[in-house]
Design a protein around this ligand. Structure first.
Ligand SMILES: C[S@@+](CC[C@H](N)C(=O)[O-])C[C@H]1O[C@@H](n2cnc3c(N)ncnc32)[C@H](O)[C@@H]1O
Length: 211
């Protein structure tokens, strides 16, 4: 895979800044991405299928997706976030079942330091990552998921953000194929999915299997 971008000093500094920016967003309550409930496409998916074993949710925020997965009682779920206030917020909710929240930087390998996972669920973490760190995201996804394990992802492809320098960052199907297909096989894809009001037609749901 590509050379880790965090070996680049400018990119690393931008990332350190990004960490404090996420924390201040939570501290000031400026969290428009937090809809107070799990992503509707995840809920629909969990109505039909289970995630089993160990499940990772990077950039979990207040943990709504984590608790939706844990509630089925088929998996041990870890939510990771770089912002201490997000982890505090997630931890303050009553436990659904077997879920844990961990403060950590997914791009720095902090998830895989907890062992490999059978599943990973992506939702608005990838679009929060600067495009020059996306190769690090794809590398960590590949290293965090067991061979034969799964990545279920709701990618926010078209956030319609007028500021190209701040998240959420848009992506194209070609971007995703280039990043993930070297390590994953795409086994399911939907461009029309259940979602929150206002996000219609702007997300893709993809199920990948780790090669
Ligand atoms: C747009 S928010 C989405 C949060 C959550 N997925 C939701 O939908 O409510 C992006 C989240 O990713 C977290 N984040 C950003 N970079 C991260 C990283 N390198 N490692 C772990 N979490 C990260 C942020 O702190 C923030 O909570």
């Amino acid at each position: 895979m590509n050379t880790p971008a965090n070996s680049n000093t400018a990119s690393h500094s931008a990332h350190v800044g990004a960490k404090s920016e996420w924390e201040s967003r939570y501290q000031s309550g400026d969290t428009p991405w937090d809809k107070g409930l799990p992503h509707p496409a995840l809920t629909a998916w969990l109505d039909k299928a289970d995630m089993t074993g160990r499940v990772l949710v990077p950039g979990c925020g207040s943990g709504h997706d984590v608790r939706a997965i844990a509630q089925k009682k088929t998996a041990k779920v870890i939510g990771m976030d770089i912002a201490p206030s997000a982890i505090r917020s997630a931890s303050a909710f009553p436990a659904a079942a077997d879920e844990t929240y961990i403060l950590g930087d997914f791009l720095a390998g902090d998830a895989r330091s907890h062992g490999q996972f059978d599943w990973m669920f992506e939702h608005t973490c990838f679009c929060a990552i600067r495009p020059d760190r996306r190769a690090d995201y794809a590398r960590e996804a590949a290293l965090s998921i067991k061979t034969g394990g799964f990545l279920l992802a709701v990618f926010f492809m078209d956030p319609d953000n007028p500021d190209p320098d701040s998240p959420p960052f848009a992506s194209t199907p070609k971007d995703l194929d280039e990043l993930f297909l070297p390590s994953f096989q795409k086994i399911d894809f939907h461009s029309e999915i259940d979602t929150y009001p206002g996000r219609e037609h702007r997300e893709h749901l993809i199920l990948f299997r780790r090669r």
